[in-house]
Design a binder for this molecule. Structure first.
Ligand code: NAD
Length: 508
């Protein structure tokens, strides 16, 4: 699918495409009830792109109402599963047709390199939506082993109105992770994109509508977290919240649920993921390739980023040498230039936060061996790939999620220490381990407290494997795979008495 254009072509497209700016409720774009807007800035240039509807409680109420009406009408929830599948597949065709426009929208609002969006985010978004669309008419319910006197069906039904609250780091893909299974199951959705990245989400909603998704089934309320996210979390007619974002905000959604209607809550949160490299790792060139991608991909703005390199002291220098060699190929610059692998940091706030962590690393005694500097370019917010050696597990850069291109290297003496340091975190999203000993690999994979452990590679699995976190990295469910479907449905038992008891008692 991925034909990548040139920088000039992307730049021309960025100048010519219409930038969506209204919330999308009940099948059409709307201004906020208050008529207020907020600014969307291009983080690569610091320039204003457009202003977007700043939704508040009144807009959330309307979106939830329209979502509820659509759900209750059965226009989607009771549509034949095969028809639901066809509509979702048609949506994918439209996304494919508009892929360059979508890629540009996402790149200019998030600072993401266009090359990554075209070759990774968009293909994965489509694969995810198509995969879940196909499940709509392929998942069976169950009949319980009750004996002959009863037929007991265990069925799954859509939950109703599902709020999807999204982060800014993978705007389209995170929407697909949630909307794919939730729509395939027949729910109606109110999506709240991160305020930094509303445009690609709005365009996806328009395309879904064009594909035949009935009005009210996929609504998008744009706005700030406190103004639009909190009213969704507190709403009494929202049946479920599926959230991806920071642990700090995820925690709030549990509170919102407790304070309102006990809506179901699924959280995918942050991580401080370890990459464990032992002294018997097979090929340090291969390890270096994975370790470099693991931390610098998407400027480190990645929940599964392996931001801690926990490496046996005997091979540390040899590995670092190879990583340093590779990072030279990771050019930073204009996100619309396909030659760049690193783009801009999403916002001034995020940039300031990363720079603060780099300063903290230096103050606390870690040794910078690469980067460590902001890059002044065209008024945008860029940070050099940065590596700190001599990090100790108590330092802030070893404990806190930086969400930027910063690698903390911790040397260890043996396997036991490596596992102890790797697990010494409040997070548990992902981990990688490199060793040539299969027994050791298995032992460590079991010992690491993380939702996904990759062995001799970096990754998140794929659409067929569940993704989510242990400890404070997640709560209540998993994205991806067939497991994601369960969380967007309620389980119902239907018990039918088919015994002959009436006849036996003489009644007829
Ligand atoms: P964030 O928590 O700041 O924001 C996430 C969403 O919550 C946004 O839509 C935001 O507007 C909303 N929000 C913010 N404050 C709110 C409030 N008080 N009430 C209601 N809603 C509120 O996260 P972010 O900065 O957009 O994304 C980065 C975080 O997301 C990182 O911690 C990262 O690890 C995590 N993440 C996790 C996964 C995963 O699958 N586990 C995937 C991607 C990102």
């Amino acid at each position: 699918m991925s034909s990548v254009l040139t920088r000039d072509e992307y730049t021309a497209l960025a100048r010519s495409i219409a930038l969506p700016s209204g919330a999308f409720i009940d099948g059409r774009a709307r201004a906020a009830a208050s008529a207020e807007t907020f600014e969307t800035i291009n983080p690569a240039t610091g320039e204003l792109l457009t202003t977007i509807a700043a939704c508040g409680a009144a807009d959330v109420d309307l979106a939830v109402l329209k979502s509820r009406e659509a759900f209750d009408s059965g226009c989607w929830s009771k549509r034949h599963p095969t028809e639901r599948k066809k509509t979702l597949i048609k949506w994918c065709k439209l996304i494919r047709r508009h892929r360059h426009e979508l890629a540009v929208l996402e790149s200019i609002e998030s600072g993401k390199p266009i090359q990554e969006i075209e070759t990774l985010d968009l293909p994965e978004t489509l694969h995810c939506l198509e995969w879940h669309a196909e499940t709509a008419d392929k998942i069976y319910d169950q009949v319980a082993p009750t004996g002959d006197d009863a037929v007991a069906m265990i069925v799954r039904e859509p939950i109703g109105v599902v709020a999807c609250v999204l982060p800014w780091n993978f705007p389209m893909l995170m929407l697909a992770w949630k909307a794919g299974p939730a729509l395939a199951a027949g729910n109606s959705l109110v999506v709240k994109p991160a305020e930094q990245t509303s445009m690609a989400t709005l365009r996806l909603a328009e395309l879904a509508h064009e594909a035949g998704l009935p009005a009210g089934v996929l609504n998008v309320v744009t706005g700030l977290g406190e103004d639009a996210g909190a009213p969704l979390g507190l709403h009494h007619d929202v049946d479920m919240v599926s959230f991806t974002g920071s642990t700090e905000v995820g925690r709030k959604f549990l509170e919102y649920s407790a304070r309102s209607n006990l809506k179901k809550v699924v959280l995918e949160c942050g991580g401080k993921n370890p990459c464990v490299v032992l002294d018997d790792a097979d090929n340090l060139d291969v390890v270096a390739e994975h370790a470099t991608t693991a931390v610098f991909w998407n400027m480190g703005e990645n929940c599964s980023s392996n931001s801690r390199l926990i490496v046996h002291r005997d091979i540390k220098d040899a590995l670092l040498q190879r990583i340093l060699h590779r990072v030279r190929d990771w050019r930073t610059g204009d996100p619309l230039d396909p030659a760049n692998r690193l783009g801009a940091i999403v916002s001034k706030e995020q940039y300031d936060s990363i720079v603060r962590y780099i300063e903290l690393g230096k103050q606390q005694g870690a040794k910078p061996i690469l980067g460590g500097n902001p890059i002044a370019a065209d008024g945008g917010w860029f940070v050099e790939p940065t590596i700190f050696d001599d990090v100790t597990p108590d330092m802030a850069i070893a404990r806190e999620e930086i969400f930027g291109p910063v690698l903390s290297v911790i040397a260890v003496a043996n396997e036991a220490e490596a596992v102890r340091v790797a697990n010494d975190t409040c997070y548990g999203l992902a981990a990688s381990v490199f060793t040539s000993n299969v027994k050791r690999a298995h032992r460590i994979a079991r010992a690491l407290r993380a939702g996904t452990v990759t062995v001799n590679c970096y990754g998140e699995g794929d659409i067929t494997t569940p993704f989510g976190g242990f400890k404070q990295s997640g709560f209540g469910g998993r994205d991806n795979a067939i497991h994601a479907h369960d969380q967007y449905t309620e389980l119902k038992t239907i018990w039918i008495d088919v015994s002959d008891s009436d006849l036996e008692s003489g009644l007829d």
